[in-house]
Design a protein around this ligand. Structure first.
Ligand code: ASP
Length: 326
């Protein structure tokens, strides 16, 4: 058993013995009760997290909730045609169709999601509508699009000239080989905490470039691409979605926090779970998490995963630690 695993096991036993819920353990194994932070904070994956954080913080400063921040923040990236992994300009599937996945979760445990959605620029906003306007959690494909149109979203072509040209080049070899850390801006996953201390999160992507038509990744799957438990913490994922789907990684991170791990240990354990069980070497996965005290953690399989953290007016890009060190 690794020392981290022993630690988590010991921490759980200690917490259980003391009857503590919602605790985190410092390295000396003393359980510490997490105090909810009320300092607004935005946390999001990759370089494009910087502009997303700016908008999310502004929304929260203007009185918006963590949910508003998490929605509006990632919309900046969805609307950017130069990003080839989210929203408009996203790389298409192998048949040339841009298909989008997104989900959102609020502080009350409500969730909404869309997957395999085409021709709608802001899947995250549609996911929020699914959460708020339907009795369901997830809508897929044509049904999701029909719902979006009925909600007033416009239909538009999301395949930009650049993405079309890149796809036409790819078609010549049709060699499907997902690249680790594509351009440092894959899926955007975002976690916000507002002035009431509430947590919400969002996750939006065009998925893997040149995936099979119909492929859906982790990003719209509650528990895989995103999970929020407002009593403990929230986590988001980026990278090879199949690995997070097989381990329900974002849920796992939050569950480990609930059981007493600190936020960094929780991210590391969720990566360890992939390493222990799956063929991981040629794939990237990154987890990013925040607990209710505003502590943040991140961990990836490979170096190169970074994230943006904004609090008290300071917006910083930080390199995550990784299981493989190069
Ligand atoms: N997780 C996304 C997916 O598998 C891709 C990514 O993060 O780049 O669809």
């Amino acid at each position: 058993m690794s020392s981290r695993r022993k630690f988590i096991k010991n921490s759980l036993a200690a917490s259980a013995a003391l009857g503590l819920a919602g605790t985190a353990c410092a390295d000396d194994k003393k359980p510490t009760v997490l105090e909810r932070s009320t300092t607004p904070k935005a946390l999001s994956t990759w370089n494009h997290g910087l502009p997303a954080n700016e908008v999310a913080m502004r929304v929260m400063q203007d009185g918006g909730s963590a949910l508003d921040g998490a929605e509006k923040g990632v919309m900046v990236v969805e609307a950017d045609p130069t990003g080839t992994s989210v929203g408009i300009g996203g790389a298409p599937d192998r048949d040339g169709n841009v298909t989008l996945d997104a989900c959102i979760m609020d502080n009350e445990g409500n969730a909404g999601s869309v997957c395999f959605l085409q021709s709608i620029k802001h899947p995250i906003a549609v996911a929020r509508k699914v959460m708020e306007e339907t009795p369901h959690v997830m809508l897929a494909g044509e049904g999701a699009k029909r719902f979006a149109l009925a909600q007033g979203f416009a239909e538009e072509n999301l395949l930009t000239e650049n993405s079309r040209k890149a796809w036409e080049e790819w078609v010549k070899t049709s060699n499907y080989e997902p690249v680790i850390n594509v351009e440092n801006h894959d899926t955007i996953g975002m976690i916000c905490q507002d002035a009431n201390g509430n947590l919400s999160g969002s996750c939006t992507t065009s998925g893997l470039a040149y995936k099979m038509h119909g492929r859906v990744g982790d990003s719209p799957i509650i528990g895989a691409g995103l999970f929020v438990d407002n009593d403990y913490g929230a986590a988001v994922a980026t990278g090879m979605g199949e690995l997070m789907m097989k381990t329900l990684g974002s849920f796992l991170v939050v569950e480990l926090i609930r059981q007493g791990a600190n936020v960094q240990e929780a991210c590391e354990e969720a990566i360890q779970r992939i390493v222990d069980k799956l063929d991981y070497k040629s794939f990237q996965v990154g987890y990013l998490a925040m607990d209710i005290a505003g502590n943040t953690g991140a961990y990836a399989i490979h170096p190169g995963f970074n994230y943006a953290e904004m609090v008290n007016g300071k917006n910083e890009l930080i390199d995550a630690k990784s299981y493989i060190n190069e």
